[in-house]
Write a new protein. Structure first.
Length: 107
Protein backbone atom coordinates (compact mmCIF):
# COMPACT_ATOMS: atom_id res chain seq x y z
CA UNK A 1 0.00 0.00 0.00
CA UNK A 2 1.46 3.40 -0.90
CA UNK A 3 2.55 5.52 2.03
CA UNK A 4 1.88 9.21 2.22
CA UNK A 5 3.68 11.57 4.61
CA UNK A 6 1.86 14.58 6.05
CA UNK A 7 4.13 17.25 7.51
CA UNK A 8 2.64 19.74 9.95
CA UNK A 9 3.70 23.40 10.08
CA UNK A 10 5.71 22.60 13.25
CA UNK A 11 7.71 19.98 11.35
CA UNK A 12 6.07 16.94 12.94
CA UNK A 13 5.04 14.26 10.50
CA UNK A 14 2.52 11.48 10.16
CA UNK A 15 2.96 8.62 7.71
CA UNK A 16 -0.10 6.71 6.53
CA UNK A 17 -0.52 3.61 4.41
CA UNK A 18 -3.21 4.64 1.96
CA UNK A 19 -5.15 2.25 -0.27
CA UNK A 20 -4.87 2.95 -3.99
CA UNK A 21 -7.84 5.05 -5.07
CA UNK A 22 -8.32 6.73 -1.69
CA UNK A 23 -7.69 10.47 -1.75
CA UNK A 24 -4.96 12.12 0.29
CA UNK A 25 -7.78 14.07 1.96
CA UNK A 26 -9.90 11.05 2.89
CA UNK A 27 -6.95 9.16 4.33
CA UNK A 28 -6.16 12.16 6.52
CA UNK A 29 -9.74 12.45 7.75
CA UNK A 30 -10.06 8.71 8.44
CA UNK A 31 -6.84 8.84 10.46
CA UNK A 32 -7.57 12.10 12.30
CA UNK A 33 -4.67 14.01 10.80
CA UNK A 34 -5.02 17.55 12.11
CA UNK A 35 -4.80 20.24 9.49
CA UNK A 36 -7.18 18.83 6.89
CA UNK A 37 -10.73 20.09 7.43
CA UNK A 38 -12.48 19.02 4.22
CA UNK A 39 -15.75 20.79 5.01
CA UNK A 40 -17.37 19.78 1.73
CA UNK A 41 -16.36 16.15 1.91
CA UNK A 42 -14.49 16.18 -1.38
CA UNK A 43 -16.99 18.01 -3.58
CA UNK A 44 -14.42 20.69 -4.45
CA UNK A 45 -16.49 23.40 -2.83
CA UNK A 46 -14.47 24.41 0.22
CA UNK A 47 -10.66 24.52 -0.30
CA UNK A 48 -10.17 23.39 3.31
CA UNK A 49 -8.24 20.33 2.18
CA UNK A 50 -5.38 22.48 0.84
CA UNK A 51 -1.89 20.94 0.89
CA UNK A 52 1.49 21.78 -0.58
CA UNK A 53 2.94 18.84 -2.48
CA UNK A 54 6.70 18.29 -2.23
CA UNK A 55 7.80 20.17 -5.32
CA UNK A 56 9.97 17.43 -6.78
CA UNK A 57 6.99 15.08 -6.59
CA UNK A 58 4.52 17.31 -8.43
CA UNK A 59 4.87 15.19 -11.61
CA UNK A 60 3.48 12.20 -9.67
CA UNK A 61 0.18 13.95 -9.07
CA UNK A 62 -2.71 14.11 -11.52
CA UNK A 63 -3.19 17.28 -13.56
CA UNK A 64 -5.35 20.01 -12.05
CA UNK A 65 -8.83 20.45 -13.41
CA UNK A 66 -10.12 23.93 -14.14
CA UNK A 67 -12.46 23.57 -11.17
CA UNK A 68 -9.58 22.78 -8.83
CA UNK A 69 -7.59 25.74 -10.13
CA UNK A 70 -10.59 27.99 -9.52
CA UNK A 71 -11.20 26.68 -6.01
CA UNK A 72 -7.53 27.15 -5.10
CA UNK A 73 -8.24 30.89 -5.29
CA UNK A 74 -10.05 30.49 -1.96
CA UNK A 75 -7.42 28.86 0.22
CA UNK A 76 -6.98 30.40 3.67
CA UNK A 77 -3.20 30.07 3.47
CA UNK A 78 -1.08 31.37 0.64
CA UNK A 79 -1.54 29.63 -2.68
CA UNK A 80 1.76 28.44 -4.10
CA UNK A 81 2.72 26.70 -7.35
CA UNK A 82 2.65 23.36 -5.51
CA UNK A 83 -0.75 23.96 -3.90
CA UNK A 84 -3.33 21.21 -4.42
CA UNK A 85 -6.69 20.24 -3.07
CA UNK A 86 -5.98 16.93 -1.40
CA UNK A 87 -9.48 15.65 -2.20
CA UNK A 88 -8.37 15.64 -5.83
CA UNK A 89 -5.29 13.53 -5.17
CA UNK A 90 -6.46 9.94 -5.53
CA UNK A 91 -3.52 7.81 -4.51
CA UNK A 92 -1.85 5.70 -7.19
CA UNK A 93 0.95 3.15 -6.77
CA UNK A 94 3.34 5.71 -8.27
CA UNK A 95 2.53 8.11 -5.43
CA UNK A 96 4.15 5.81 -2.86
CA UNK A 97 6.36 8.03 -0.70
CA UNK A 98 4.51 11.23 -1.55
CA UNK A 99 5.09 14.06 0.92
CA UNK A 100 2.52 16.79 1.50
CA UNK A 101 2.90 19.82 3.73
CA UNK A 102 -0.09 21.06 5.68
CA UNK A 103 -0.72 24.80 5.57
CA UNK A 104 -0.83 27.02 8.65
CA UNK A 105 -4.56 27.46 8.34
CA UNK A 106 -7.50 25.98 6.40
CA UNK A 107 -10.18 28.45 7.45
S1 LIG B 1 -12.68 18.67 0.60
FE1 LIG B 1 -13.65 20.49 -0.06
S2 LIG B 1 -12.48 21.11 -1.75
FE2 LIG B 1 -11.47 19.31 -1.05
Amino acid sequence: MPNITYIHPDGSREVLDVPVGTSVMRAAILNSVDGIVAECGGEMMCATCHVYVEEAQMPLTPPQSDDEKAMLEFTASERKPNSRLSCQLAVTPEMDGLVVYLPESQV
